[in-house]
Design a binder for this molecule. Structure first.
Ligand code: 3H9
Length: 667
C-alpha cells in the first residue's frame, strides 16, 4: 500500500492494481477500475477486502463510498475467470465483508451495475445513483444464478415478485425503475452528484447501519409470487438456470439467510461448470468477436446520414423502422404514388405500434416521423449516402432497379442488396463502381430480428464494408460478415438441415418425432410445425421452377411435393405436415400413410430414430455444411456460424450454436 505524498492533494491509496482510494473529510472514497467495464477480477476482490479491513481499524475514516472508474460501476464478475478454479477472497466473501462493515458503506453508482457489480451495491448500506445508471442481474443469460448474495438481498429490498422477474429473466432496469422498486435509495443528476453523495454520507453516519440481509421480506400476495415464478419456468424452454433462479430466490422466504446463501453459492458453482453455462459463455464471447475484423482495422467508416430504401413492403418497412431508430433520415422509394403512400402508412403503423406499447416516446415518434419520406420519384434517392434495396427477390426486378439507381444516386453512394438467394456479384456487375455494392441480408421482421448478414461481394471495397458494419451497429444489429454463395451462411446451413430432416422421414422418422426432438433440444418450434406456419406453396413453386435444372442422379425427397399435390399447404389450408381442427395442431395419421408409401416406393426399410439420433444427425449435417463454409472462406469463424443460426433460425443459444454443439458432442 502506498500512502500520501507531500503534495497538496494526497496520492490515491492503492489497495490493489484495480482498487484505489482517497480519504477526504473522514470519508474513504474507493474506486474500482478494470477497463473497459470494471469486470470484477481477483484484483478487485483483493483490493476491496484490503480497503475494508484497513478502513475498519483506521480512526480517521468514518464512512466509505464505492464507485467505478469510467462509465460503468461494474458489469459483473469477470467472465474470463470462470474457467479457472475460484480463488479467495471470493465475491460472496467480499459482499459479506461489505455488509458486515461497522462504518457505513455507500454505493456511489456512477453507471451500469450488472451481475456481481449489482451484488456489491446490494451489500452496501445505502445506494445513490446517477440518472443514467442501469441495473441488472443477467446471470441467467450466462446459464448461472447470482452467486454473491443477489438472490437473497434483492428480494429483501424489492420484494419477491420484482426479484423473481429480474433474476429469472436477467433483464436490465433503469435508475428510475430501480428507485421505484426499492433497489436503490436515491437518484441524483450527474452534475450535483458529488454534493448529493456528501449529504447521503452525512445522513448515513448519523443513522443505524441498514444491512440488507437483516431486512424482513416486504409483504406480498402469495398468488403474485407464484405467478411471477410460473412465468419464468414457462419461458425457460429447456434451460436449467431460470428454474434454479426461481428455486434459490424462493429460499429467501423459507430458509435462514446464511443457509440460503450457502445454497446459492453451491448452486452457482455447480451451474458454472454446466454445459448450458459453457455454451452461453461461448455465445457471449462469439458476439464480441463478431465485431472484430483485423483486415479492416486500418479503414474508417464514411459518414452516413441519409439512407434510401428502395421497396417499402414488409421487409423494406422493417428496415426503415430499424434505421429510423438508429437516427437516420429515411427516403423510401416505390414505383407508384399509391405504393409510396402505402409504404409510408406501413412504416408509420409500425412506429405507432411501438409508441402504443411504450417502446417509443411521443417525442421520438414525432422525430422519427419527421425523418421519414417515401417517394415515387427515384431521383429522391440522390440525397442518400446508402441505398438499401428490398424489392422482390427476382433477378430481373433487382437488376433493373440497380441500373436505374446507377444513373440516379451519387457515384459514391453505397448500394446494399437485401437479396436472400440471388448472387450479389451479378447485381453489382450491372452498375458502374461495383466496389460500392455490398449485401445486407436482413431477417424478417427486420426491425425485430437482430441478425444481419453483411455480404462481402467479390468487389466490395473495404471502406464500404466498414461503413456497412458501422451502420449495422447503429441499427442495433448483430452483424456477421459472409462471402457470396447460394443462401449465404444461414440459408445454406438451414437448407442442409431441412434436406436432412426430410430424408430422415424416408429413413424412418415421422415429422412429429423430429419436431418433438427439436423442441426438447430447445428450438421454440419444430421444423415441420414452422413449415406449416409459413405455408408450403412458395417453396413448392420454387422446386417446380428448378426441377429441370436438378441433377437427376442426386437424391431427392418427394414427400413435401406429395403434400402440396394433395392440397396440404400448411396451417392456413387447415392441413400440412399436421392437421388443424379448430386451428389446433394435431398429428395426422394420413401423413404417416403418405410417408410410408414413399418409403415402400423407394424400397427403404425404415429404422427407429430416438430423439438423440435425430438431434445428432441434424447437428452433424449442420456442422459439416459449416465446415464447408469455413473452407470456402464464406464464413471467417465457426463462432460466426453459431451466431447466425442462433439469431436467425431459432437454434437454442444455450446449446452454443451448431458448430459449438457438434464439437461438444464429440468431446
Ligand atoms: C456474475 O457477475 C456472477 C456473479 O453473480 C457471481 C460471482 C461469484 N467479464 O459487450 P461489449 C468485456 S456473471 C469480462 O462489447 P457494450 C467484453 O468481453 C456476469 N469481460 O460492450 C468486451 O471485451 P473486448 C454478469 C466482460 O458496451 C468489453 O468488455 N454480467 C464482461 O456493448 C466490452 O463489452 C454480465 O453478464 C464481464 N462481465 O456492453 C454482463 N462484460 O473488448 C455481461 C463485458 O475484449 N456484459 N466484458 O471484446 C454485457 O452485457 C455487456 O458487455 C455490457 C457492455 C452491457 C456490460
Amino acid at each position: 500500500m502506498s500512502t500520501h505524498s507531500p503534495s497538496e492533494k494526497p496520492n490515491p491509496i492503492l489497495y490493489s492494481s484495480a482498487v484505489s482510494g482517497m480519504i477526504e473529510d473522514g470519508i474513504l472514497h474507493l474506486t474500482i477500475a478494470n477497463p473497459p467495464v470494471n469486470a470484477i477480477s481477483a484484483a478487485i476482490r483483493e483490493g476491496l477486502m484490503q480497503a475494508l479491513d484497513q478502513a475498519e481499524i483506521a480512526a480517521d475514516i468514518h464512512a466509505i463510498t464505492m464507485s467505478g472508474a469510467g462509465k460503468f460501476f461494474a458489469a459483473g464478475a469477470d467472465i474470463k475467470e470462470f474457467d479457472l478454479p475460484p480463488s479467495d477472497p471470493t465475491l460472496p466473501q467480499v459482499t459479506a465483508r461489505i455488509e458486515a462493515a461497522t462504518k457505513p458503506v455507500i454505493a456511489a453508482i456512477n453507471g451500469t451495475a450488472l451481475g456481481g457489480g449489482c451484488e456489491i451495491i446490494l451489500a452496501c448500506h445505502y445506494r445513490i445513483a446517477v440518472e443514467s445508471a442501469k441495473f441488472g442481474l443477467p446471470e441467467v443469460k450466462l446459464g448461472l444464478i447470482p452467486g454473491a448474495g443477489g438472490t437473497q438481498r434483492l428480494p429483501r429490498l424489492t420484494g419477491m415478485v420484482t426479484a423473481l422477474d429480474m433474476i429469472g429473466t436477467g433483464k436490465t432496469i433503469t435508475a428510475a425503475q430501480a428507485l421505484e422498486y426499492g433497489l436503490i435509495d436515491q437518484i441524483s443528476a450527474a452534475d450535483s452528484f458529488a454534493n448529493a453523495l456528501r449529504q447521503a454520507v452525512i445522513t448515513c453516519t448519523k443513522t443505524i447501519i441498514r444491512r440488507t440481509t437483516a431486512l424482513e421480506l416486504p409483504a406480498e400476495n402469495a398468488n403474485d409470487i407464484q405467478a411471477a415464478a410460473d412465468k419464468i419456468i414457462v419461458k425457460a424452454r429447456g434451460r436449467t438456470a431460470p428454474a434454479e433462479a426461481v428455486r434459490i430466490v424462493s429460499l429467501a422466504a423459507t430458509l435462514p439467510v446464511n443457509e440460503a446463501l450457502a445454497e446459492e453459492r453451491a448452486t452457482f458453482l455447480r451451474l458454472r461448470q454446466s454445459d448450458e453455462a459453457k455454451a452461453l459463455r461461448h455465445v457471449f464471447f462469439a458476439e464480441r468477436e463478431a465485431g472484430k475484423h483485423e483486415a479492416l482495422a486500418d479503414y474508417t467508416a464514411r459518414k452516413v446520414s441519409v439512407i434510401g430504401i428502395a421497396g417499402t413492403g414488409l421487409m423494406g418497412s422493417g428496415i426503415a423502422v430499424a434505421a429510423l431508430a438508429g437516427g437516420y433520415k429515411i427516403i423510401g422509394y416505390e414505383q407508384t404514388a399509391d405504393a409510396a403512400a402505402a409504404g409510408h402508412a406501413r412504416i408509420t403503423a409500425l412506429l405507432q405500434k411501438q409508441f402504443q406499447s411504450g417502446r417509443l416516446s411521443e417525442a421520438a415518434l414525432n422525430n422519427q416521423l419527421a425523418n421519414l419520406s417515401v417517394s415515387a420519384d427515384i431521383t429522391a434517392l440522390s440525397a442518400a449516402d446508402l441505398v438499401i434495396e428490398a424489392v422482390f427477390d427476382d433477378y430481373n426486378v433487382k437488376s433493373d432497379l440497380f441500373r436505374r439507381l446507377d444513373g440516379t444516386v451519387r457515384a459514391d453512394t453505397i448500394i446494399a442488396t437485401n437479396t436472400s438467394y440471388l448472387n450479389p456479384d451479378e447485381l453489382a456487375a450491372q452498375i458502374s463502381n461495383p466496389e460500392r455494392v455490398v449485401g445486407m441480408h436482413f431477417f424478417s421482421p427486420a426491425h425485430i430480428m437482430r441478425l444481419l448478414e453483411v455480404v462481402n461481394c467479390a468487389r466490395t471495397a473495404a471502406e464500404v464494408l466498414v461503413t456497412t458494419l458501422e451502420v449495422a451497429k447503429k441499427l442495433n444489429k448483430l452483424a456477421t460478415i459472409c462471402g457470396v454463395c447460394e443462401g449465404f451462411i444461414g440459408n445454406r446451413i438451414f437448407s442442409a438441415y431441412r434436406r436432412e430432416a426430410e430424408f430422415m422421414l424416408e429413413q424412418g422418422a415421422l415429422p412429429h418425432e423430429i419436431d418433438a426432438a427439436l423442441e426438447d433440444y430447445g428450438f421454440a418450434m419444430g421444423l415441420f410445425a414452422v413449415y406449416d406456419m409459413a405455408g408450403l406453396e412458395i417453396a413448392w413453386a420454387k422446386r417446380r421452377r428448378e426441377a429441370s435444372m436438378r441433377d437427376p442422379s442426386a437424391p431427392y425427397c418427394q414427400i413435401a411435393d406429395r403434400l402440396c399435390e394433395a392440397g396440404r399447404f400448411g396451417q392456413k389450408s387447415g392441413k400440412g405436415w399436421y392437421i388443424y381442427p379448430q386451428g389446433k395442431r394435431q398429428i395426422d395419421p394420413d401423413i404417416t400413410v403418405l410417408i410410408e408409401a414413399v418409403r415402400t416406393e423407394k424400397n427403404i426399410t425404415p429404422r427407429r430414430f430416438t430423439a438423440h439420433n435425430i438431434i445428432s444427425q441434424l447437428l452433424n449435417v449442420m456442422a459439416l455444411e459449416g465446415e464447408k463454409l469455413l473452407s470456402e472462406g464464406i464464413a471467417a469463424r465457426a463462432s460466426d456460424i453459431d451466431l447466425v443460426l442462433i439469431n436467425g433460425y431459432g437454434f437454442p443459444a444455450h446449446k452454443g450454436g451448431p458448430m459449438f454443439a457438434a464439437q461438444h458432442n464429440k468431446d
